[in-house]
Design a binder for this molecule. Structure first.
Ligand SMILES: Nc1ncnc2c1ncn2[C@@H]1O[C@H](COP(=O)(O)OP(=O)(O)OP(=O)(O)O)[C@@H](O)[C@H]1O
Length: 574
């Protein structure tokens, strides 16, 4: 996305608040005008001192009162402008975040799968915050900065054309000096950071791998390398400090020269009666402040560049293609007859994964999927839930192609318990009733009893009202809670990813019992990691490299002495 396009998109978000934007711009103009007009009144006050013996007190009083009113006006306009700007930035960012969150809900899983979660979180939180900061600075500093520069020039021109030209001509000198020093100190600071990084790496290596260092008698060489890095660091640090501490005195020196020049030119104009002493004080004041908006703008520009880059990332997410449209037909009164007919699928067109998968699960049957890691078990589950669409073939439930019914009704018909248990922050009740928010306590308890979680829920300090956090429960308890959650909604079909590796034996027995209870009378696909738990499955599919290489019951597969028998024996022996 080009920068122009990004700016156009940001402006679309801002356009909604155009009244506030116009108000903010008017207030910015007022505050700039007042901030520049106040020095003129001070100049007029100086001119009230006609001679050491003669001061025009009445005019001074009038000007004093004017200054008082203008200062209050300046304070009020600046404050109001800041409040409005904050409001606009907050609202724009809120609208953006709402749109992004809405978008994430309707993105296909393939989009989310292909991206790092951290990167997406960064776009929603960090990038949008950066846009907010950029907008705020853009409104408050960029516009006022540009306006201040032009208004100062006009105000100066009115007072003295000659002095204005002098200040404008000398301004680049001050910039050149600041830039020269900044580029040198930046280079040194960068070298200093790099060297510090190398030094940290060396220390980490020496401490973290002390045994290896000693074993290879490497201490002396490591110490010498450390000392040389220390010398380098000292040299760079010294130069960095030297250059950076030069910035202030040098720019002050150049500004001082400009100031002195204005004074000399001004004195000559006073002698020629082309300027008053008050007028000169105004010009001195302006020349002193003329540089400030330039510095503000240069820092705002880098901030704005950053905000634009962040905005481009956010818009890229907003422009991602949503899931294909959903048919209106609903999957209802599901009996649970699942047929996977000659399905082919791949995440990457060049790497075929599932090939010619055929499975038929009659209603109420328990189908186990086994096979080595990466063979495609989870992928088949992803297709059943229509997180991805098949490339060829079809998946039918009670004879209906799952592409002809809404995704929501399809997913509602499946109960899913995955290895990665998802417990959200909230009470036990909120966690269990995720799929049925209006469930009565009796229903919840009945589900909990059936899922063997009743006992541990009862022992929690506030029972169903206990608030859960990420680490409140053990892995096994989390799994029991997830089973209870599914038990409560009575789905006709199940997808279970058996995870028993990090559960103690007693809880494992409970989880197994809970799974058995859950599966009673329901069609279930079980991804099995331990073959001991699926011996009673009605049908076992053995997958390898994206294909079903064997299928049958536990006994028939063992009798085949094939891959399953090999897997079973290896686990059994282990
Ligand atoms: N979202 C994805 N995008 C691209 N490739 C993927 C994606 N998910 C899985 N894969 C790849 O597809 C192959 C099958 O993965 P899958 O998760 O289905 O295997 P699995 O049999 O469930 O393995 P495990 O037992 O380890 O869970 C693997 O090579 C995996 O790297």
């Amino acid at each position: 996305m080009t920068q122009k396009e990004t700016v156009r998109r940001i402006l679309q978000f801002i356009r909604v608040y155009r009244i506030q934007v116009v108000l903010s711009l008017i207030l910015a103009a007022v505050s700039v005008f007042l901030s520049l007009y106040i020095p003129i009144l001070f100049g007029d006050m100086i001119d009230c001192i006609v001679s050491p013996q003669h001061v025009n007190w009445s005019l001074m009083g009038i000007n004093g009162r004017r200054i008082f009113v203008l200062i209050i006006g300046y304070a009020v306009s600046t404050w109001t402008m800041n409040v409005i700007n904050n409001h606009i930035a907050y609202q724009v960012v809120k609208d953006m975040r709402d749109q992004v969150m809405e978008k994430i809900q309707c993105l296909p899983l393939s989009y989310l799968d292909q991206r790092e979660t951290g990167d997406l979180v960064q776009r929603v939180i960090g990038d949008i915050d950066q846009i907010s900061d950029g907008l705020l600075l853009g409104f408050t500093q960029l516009f006022t900065g540009v306006l201040t520069i032009f208004a100062t020039l006009v105000f100066m021109l009115v007072k003295s054309v000659l002095i204005t030209i002098f200040v404008v001509v000398c301004t680049p000198l001050s910039f050149a000096v600041a830039r020269f020093i900044a580029s040198r100190s930046y280079r040194m600071f960068r070298l200093q950071t790099q060297t510090r990084g190398r030094q940290t790496g060396l220390i980490d290596e020496m401490i973290g791998h002390q045994k290896v260092v000693q074993a290879f008698d490497h201490q002396d060489r490591a110490s010498a390398a450390f000392a040389s890095l220390n010398d380098e660091l000292h040299a760079y640090s010294w130069r960095a400090v030297f250059y950076s501490s030069l910035t202030n005195p040098c720019t002050r020196f150049v500004n001082g020269i400009i100031y002195a020049g204005v004074l000399v030119f001004g004195a000559r104009q006073i002698l020629a009666h082309a300027l008053t002493i008050g007028g000169l004080s105004v010009l001195l004041n302006y020349s002193n402040q003329y540089m400030k908006p330039f510095n503000d703008i240069s820092s705002v520009i880098s901030e704005l560049q950053n905000a634009l880059a962040c905005a481009a990332r956010v818009f890229e997410l907003l422009d991602a293609r949503p899931e294909s449209t959903d048919p209106a037909a609903e999957l209802s009164d599901v009996k649970g007859d699942i047929a996977v007919c000659d399905v082919n699928f791949s995440y990457d067109r060049n790497k075929p994964l599932l090939r010619h998968i055929n499975v038929h699960a009659n209603a109420g049957r328990k189908i186990a999927l086994v096979g080595p890691t990466g063979c495609g078990k989870t992928t088949l589950i992803n297709l059943l839930m229509r997180f991805y669409d098949v490339d060829a073939g079809s998946i039918r439930i009670d004879g209906m192609d799952i592409r002809d019914v809404s995704r929501a009704s399809l997913r509602r018909s499946f109960g899913m318990v995955l290895q990665e248990t998802w417990i959200r922050q909230g009470t036990v009740r909120e966690n269990i009733t995720l799929g049925k928010p209006d469930a009565a306590d009796e229903e919840i308890y009945a589900a909990a009893r059936a899922a063997h979680s009743y006992e541990f829920i009862r022992r929690l300090p506030d029972g169903l009202d206990t608030v859960l956090y990420a680490d409140s429960l053990s892995q096994g308890q989390k799994q029991l809670l997830c089973i209870t959650r599914v038990m409560l909604v009575h789905p006709p079909m199940l997808i279970l990813d058996e995870a028993t590796s990090s559960i103690d034996t007693r809880t494992e027995v409970l989880v197994q019992k809970a799974f058995d209870a859950l599966m009673k009378g329901r069609t279930a696909f079980v991804v099995a990691h331990r073959l001991s738990t699926i011996q009673n499955a009605d049908w076992i599919l053995v997958m390898k490299d994206g294909q079903i290489i064997e299928q049958g019951t536990h006994a028939s597969l063992l009798a085949e002495h094939g891959f399953y028998a090999q897997l079973y024996n290896s686990q059994f022996q282990a």
